[in-house]
Design a protein around this ligand. Structure first.
Ligand code: SF4
Length: 436
């Protein structure tokens, strides 16, 4: 066997880059994964599943599946996209930037709507950043400087399990030599989560009242009067939390879907950014979204360079339009505005509302995914591909916008294509069909 050091985990936006993976001498079998959390290790070990699908399959009238070759799958996908008036190309968060780049080219040539998982996740954060900017930093700065850590509407103990030990609560950094002892942790969450259990302060906010509490913190920073209770929190606790934050040397606010997708949406994030900006009058403060899929940040970056917008990009008129609420996947599906669906690197079948999933099942559809998922179950064609970050490398962006080169550790099963290879072939075929 041989051990590969410094492997990057392709599961969540923390992109831990200190994994060690043991593989067989011929590089065909992955045997052990060290340093990863349970969900990260599973991602690697899933690639070794004996019942893994290795060939595309087409849904039949009777509900069964027929195995087909990659050539046929490329033809089917190219024909579907080339013949659609307005295809929806959704997902892109669990693949590398190289594949995202080729996908964008297909989107341009077919007049598709390109959308990623931010549409049901941190899209609201992106809108807020466009509204008022963002005081940002890297996770390295958090580890080395942050002595006040806020988790608002997120639960890294479950969703980003090594975030707290690598960057935010426990590690000792250059100016944070006392590790956990030198940090004060505040969790704002209606639930008593496992993250709340390690916090110094847990503000158990009423569900959906984030905007009010954020606003109240801004009032408390200035020492102005507050009502007795705001968002279910007594004012004494709000003044106390405000003092804890103001007295820090470096404050970092991490936030998740509990605040991006609750009542107020992007306005919550406007206000959270304003809290961070206000704090910079007293100390140094930054704010960071807890991005979920390992390269959702990368898809926003790639489209940012190419189209100027990070999600919900409508290319159907031959130029990029962006209007969340109109050009976002669920709105388009609900209004019957797309005539085919292509999904790669995500699972809308598990995360979209039932009405949207039903629409996908009624439309011509293709899903590219190494796993069998609720989405592959409703799509007409399922194309299994190599695991990105395990069987093929490529660029991914960590949640703090730092690009990291992931690496291949093991060979994909004989004859399997990668996302990028499959998309390149589809692009070539679409160009032929369209006579370009
Ligand atoms: Fe992978 Fe995230 Fe776990 Fe790190 S915290 S090992 S990136 S799943």
């Amino acid at each position: 066997t041989k051990t590969i050091p410094d492997v990057v985990c392709p599961f969540c936006g923390t992109l831990c880059d200190d994994l060690e993976v043991v593989v067989s001498d011929d590089g065909k079998q992955l045997l052990e994964v060290y340093n990863a959390c349970a969900i990260g290790a599973e991602k690697f070990l899933h690639s070794q599943a004996e019942d893994r699908l290795t060939r595309p399959r087409l849904a039949q009238e009777d509900g069964s599946w027929k195995e087909i070759g990659y050539e046929e799958a490329i033809e089917y996908t190219a024909q579907m996209l080339a013949n659609s008036k307005k295809p929806l190309m959704y997902g892109w968060s669990s693949t590398n930037c190289e594949a995202q780049g080729v996908g964008s080219e297909i989107g341009e040539i077919t007049g598709a709507v390109m959308d990623n998982t931010a549409t049901v996740c941190h899209g609201t954060s992106l809108i807020a950043v466009q509204d008022i900017g963002i005081p940002h930093c890297t996770l390295g700065e958090v580890k080395n400087r942050a002595d006040r850590v806020v988790f608002w509407g997120c639960n890294p103990a479950h969703a980003h399990p090594r975030h707290m030990s690598r960057y935010s609560i426990f590690p000792r950094g250059f100016f944070t030599g006392k590790g956990h002892k030198g940090r004060k942790v505040i969790v704002i969450d209606p639930r008593k989560t496992d993250t709340a259990n390690v916090a110094d302060v847990h503000l158990q906010i009423e569900q959906g009242r984030d905007y009010e509490l954020l606003d109240a913190l801004r009032v408390a920073f200035k020492g102005l009067p507050l009502p007795d209770v705001v968002a279910g929190i007594p004012k004494e606790q709000i003044y106390e939390a405000a003092e804890v934050l103001k007295s820090g040397r470096f404050v970092i606010i991490f936030f998740g879907m509990g605040v991006t997708q609750s009542l107020g949406k992007n306005h919550n994030i406007d206000e959270a950014i304003a809290v961070t900006r206000d704090l910079n009058e007293y100390t140094k403060a930054a704010i960071m979204p807890m991005r979920g899929h390992y390269n959702v940040t990368g898809s926003g970056a790639v489209w940012g360079w190419q189209f100027g917008f990070p999600f919900a990009v409508d290319l159907s008129r031959g130029f990029a339009r962006y209007n969340p609420g109109e050009t976002t996947s669920n709105d388009l599906l609900r209004r019957d505005e797309v005539d085919s669906v292509f999904v790669l690197g995500s699972d809308p079948g598990a995360h979209f509302p039932f009405s949207s999933v039903k629409k996908i099942s009624e439309l011509p559809s293709v899903c590219i995914d190494p796993h069998q998922t609720p989405t592959t179950a409703v799509c007409k064609l399922h194309v299994p591909v190599a695991f990105v970050g395990v069987e093929v490398g490529g660029c991914a962006y960590r949640m703090d916008n730092v690009p990291i080169e992931t690496r291949k550790v093991v060979d994909a099963p004989e004859g399997m294509m990668t996302d990028e290879e499959f998309l390149e072939k589809v692009l070539g075929r679409i160009k032929e069909i369209k006579g370009e």
